[in-house]
Design a protein around this ligand. Sequence first.
Ligand SMILES: *Cc1c(COP(=O)(O)O)cnc(C)c1O
Length: 459
Amino acid sequence: MKDTKAIPYKIYLEESELPTTWYNVRADMKNKPAPLLNPGTLQPMKAEELAPVFCEELVKQELDNDTRYYPIPQEILDFYKMYRPSPLVRAYCLEKKLGTPAKIYYKFEGNNTSGSHKLNSAIAQAYYAKKQGLKGVTTETGAGQWGTALSMACSYFDLDCKVYMVKVSYEQKPFRREVMRTYGASVVPSPSNTTNVGRAILEQFPGTTGSLGCAISEAVEVAVSNPGYRYVLGSVLNQVLLHQSVIGVETKIAMDKYGIVPDVIIGCAGGGSNLGGLIAPFMGEKLRGEKDYQFIAVEPASCPSFTRGKFAYDFADTGKVCPMAKMYTLGSGFIPAPNHAGGLRYHGMSSILSQLYHDGYMEARAVEQTSVFKAAEEFARVEGILPAPESSHAIRVAIDEALKCKETGEEKTILFGLTGTGYFDMVAYEKFHDGLMTDYIPTDEDLQKGFDGIPKIDL
Ligand SMILES: *Cc1c(COP(=O)(O)O)cnc(C)c1O
């Protein structure tokens, strides 16, 4: 242990120390993530097939399993400087409260108006759309964090932004909707009658409150049928994990500077982008056989893609208009019970993380909602930050690991990703405080319904 410098409460890097490249973990994976497939031909998607949907440069990034480092364009670095570096915080107060010998660190990505890490990729995607001379982009949003981040990024580059927002959130989260409109985005509740796929879903399920998979189908349809528009996605895709690697690279620079070596790295997992980004450079070392770390993905027990899902080719969206991806999945028809961590309700998972999990490089845990909010509150009371429900899944497991250290006396160093703030989630906190929050866990029969919709293809 070369613990030479005293560790400050917050580690901020100088501007000159900030990352200038994204790290592409695929370059170091022996088993590459399985390629996206054309649902018609079942052949790997080629760049020219993806080009009507995604920006050219992003297609290149999506398909590139080999380039280890991508220089971050100057325009994006300039934007990052408005809110990066994000602080790496030593959770001294939480450690004391828990009475643990463990050292706990968290990387806090909630220090920007969108309130989450999603801005890291939103600004990159908006930049490439602008560079290509496009008019605008379309997307879906669940709880609203991605839509908010994207609307900020689009207004910065003067691009039109159309957001399909899962209906239940559109109705229940008017504040996020209005933040998006403040940044100039148009926001449509999904399913809507503005698209063929939306109309079909409404006809089949008149009372539906929507799902991410359905909103994706609508946003893609609008992108491919309007010249000058492309679709952008806030998680799951390889390109998004690439952009989010800025979190991990920055963390690693800060930790190396102070000689800190994490034993356990924990992140919440919805589509896998923050976790994939945080662990990227550390996973690279593990894949190259240089170091060993324990990685833990944390997901809600109500939407357990890793811990109870199948590793299979599946549709990315309800309308089955997107390419198929090989991933841990609950089936594209799986409609999760309303869960207060809206950002963790996607039925699938990043192909990169799915492959790494399948190959035994990382673990996963599913946690119940009320225990997550207990951890959130415990954290808020000593560390000050009001965490997003999504982020609090990571807090739950970080606390659990720290308490294990208390029993065994191990002085492990724990790092977790604190992805965002929870100011727009106070209805969920209210339910928790009033004792009205429930822990819905799908039965095997519930899950089977989703699995039945996974296409049966032999490859
Ligand atoms: C969207 C979101 C997540 C989950 O998405 P990933 O792609 O799995 O990172 C986690 N935390 C917050 C605050 C989010 O907004």
